[in-house]
Write a protein that binds this ligand. Sequence first.
Ligand SMILES: *Cc1c(COP(=O)(O)O)cnc(C)c1O
Length: 319
Amino acid sequence: MKKIEDFPRIPLAVLPTPIQKLENISRILGTNVYIKRDDMTGIGLGGNKVRKLEFLLADAKNKGAEIVFTTGGAQSNHAMLTAACCKKLGMTPILILKKRGVTDRKGNILLEYLMNTDVRFLDTDDSADVYREMDRVGQESGKVYYKIPTGGSNALGALGYVNCVKEISEQTDIKFDYICCAEGSGGTHAGVAMGAKLFMPETKVIGMMVDTDPFEEITTNIMKGLAELLELDFVPTVDDVHLVDVCGAGYAIPSPEGNEAIRMMAENEGLFLDPVYTGKAFGGLIQMAREGKFGPDDNILYLYSGGAGGLFAIDVSLD
Ligand SMILES: *Cc1c(COP(=O)(O)O)cnc(C)c1O
């Protein structure tokens, strides 16, 4: 097996991020709910993509890239954080975003504007169009360029979340029965699931799907990529992937359950979940608690993956 330390990594995040107990919500839900503060990764508005970018941008640098492309929806947190990390490292980010969602100068688009980022919209649902445009712009520049996929969700990016579980296992003696996280492009869940296999084998990992993609396959494939990267004997299968559907009406469309979760977290803990990812994911955790899936002595770790930018772009109506 290769060690995570064997892979080049640029330390962009402030680590370890804290783990805190949500005392009030634990009382309300009748189980022990802890939160891993990956909203505090220390650049941009924080969030999960920074851990992936530590590995992806190290790879880009090693390959001599001056330009870094990535993509996502208009309000992509990943695109915003890629821009922030590239600016810090002196690389040029170019964001080729799908013209889907809120494209006004609000939320993450505002933050990209403040960072003086090259943002371009492409009116397409097909990722192949986006990657073709990246190659066109990249070749025209005559510079070395690097393409990061949606959400940074390839095996190298997901290594950031294998690293996160290693960090959790070293930072606390608490035995977690479950780790719950949002699942949007799959890299976070795949990394956490693989990390748990390696460092916290007693812990069950659950991905809360906020989109309608075939996540069983997507997550398994990223896990297989991780197993190859880390030169493990273990071959991941769909049985290693546990999913709950919290998407509701569609990606980035607020759901009643997600909105209830945003309110519960704000009102009881003074923390702000977002309508696209973390609110819906925490809504799934609340639902599981209400269905009696967690015992009173269980310890649940909720991965708070950031996303604050979305709160300032997407209308969350709580009444
Ligand atoms: C991207 C994102 C996720 C989902 O992570 P994936 O690795 O894309 O599945 C969760 N929360 C927030 C805030 C995100 O920006």
